[in-house]
Design a protein around this ligand. Structure first.
Ligand code: ATR
Length: 301
């Protein structure tokens, strides 16, 4: 017997007559907090909708998403490992999705599938809500994969003083500097790349950072991308360390705490990117009806 192309966890729109149906697609997906977040937004904004989970096989996202939309599905959030597949699937991309190189939000409109990326806007709003000043800040972004690329545009638009992209291997970080050079120049940001090894050298690192964002996959396996020499070059007590991973104090957060810096995990980014997706689907006029910070507080309690 063939394995099913996707595990449909109550997302078939036909099961919910009269309701607009949304889903989050990822593999694995059982841990996802997105259904709880969107249910809360729907209650706050008095929206009748259903939001479920979809777990396509790793090579079957496009087929699963097409069948969801052709059955009447209204919109989809997309998470690991399908954000590139979602970009390819979309008929129309927003400019920030093009720049991000990935899509985390899809919706159907007039026979077409639209794709956007709300991750970077979500990160920026969470940082601002936590009182972090981004304009004129010195920012270190660790990682040069999809997660880093997804947030670079919105970070540059906040006009930090400088943004250093540090990665294990230099080629990917150099590539991101090239892709974002124009946007950086437009906002007068000094955009540079470094290797993680460079960060261990005080002559190359030159100054500590106001904000250090971990966008590598290292947090997931309880490793920090920073060695101990880099830690003392990068952090001072006034620094703020942000890890995109959520639900635990990661190794990088522990290093920052030991240097007296403040820290945050990425749960607020998750909630804020979901808020943007909700408003894209249900209407920007609902912006004042939803309260992402109260949803975040509830998730943390
Ligand atoms: P994602 O979409 O989550 O960003 P990705 O595109 O595969 O995933 O990128 C993973 C990023 O995490 C890369 O920047 C990778 O560094 P390399 O480009 O050098 O591979 C980084 N990464 C993964 N594991 C890491 C680790 N243990 N230490 C440091 N960086 C790590």
């Amino acid at each position: 017997m063939n394995a099913p192309a996707s595990t449909d966890l109550h997302t078939d729109p036909k099961l919910f007559p009269g309701l607009d149906v949304y889903a989050v697609a990822g593999n694995p997906i059982s841990h996802s907090k997105s259904p709880a977040i969107h249910q809360r937004f729907a209650e706050q904004a008095k929206q009748q909708m259903h939001y479920g989970r979809l777990q396509p096989e790793v090579d079957a996202f496009v087929a699963a998403a097409k069948s969801f939309f052709s059955a009447g599905g209204k919109g989809m959030n997309v998470t690991v490992p399908f954000k590139l597949d979602a970009q390819e699937l979309a008929d129309v991309l927003t400019s920030r999705a093009q720049l991000a190189g990935a899509v985390n939000t899809l919706w159907a409109k007039e026979g077409k599938i639209y794709g956007d990326n709300t991750d970077g806007a979500g990160l920026v709003r969470d940082l601002l809500a936590q009182g972090i000043t981004l304009s004129s800040a010195r920012i270190l972004l660790i990682g040069a994969g999809g997660a880093a690329r997804g947030v670079l545009g919105p970070l540059l638009e906040q006009s930090p003083k400088c943004l250093v992209i540090a990665n294990r291997s230099s080629a990917k970080a150099d590539e991101l500097v090239k892709i974002f050079a124009n946007l950086a120049a437009q906002h007068e940001v000094a955009l540079e790349s470094r290797t993680l090894t460079d960060l261990e050298n005080p002559l190359i690192t030159q100054y500590p950072f106001d904000l250090v964002i971990n966008a590598t996959a290292a947090g997931l396996i309880d490793e920090s991308p920073l060695g101990s020499k880099a830690v003392s070059n990068v952090f001072v007590p006034s620094s703020f360390a942000y890890d995109m991973v959520y639900g635990k104090t990661t190794a990088l957060m522990q290093q920052a705490l030991q240097r007296g810096a403040r820290v945050s995990d990425g749960l607020g980014m998750l909630v804020e990117q979901a808020a943007d997706a909700f408003l894209l689907w249900r209407g920007a006029n609902l912006a004042t009806a939803i309260d992402p910070r109260s949803v975040l507080a509830k998730l943390r309690s």
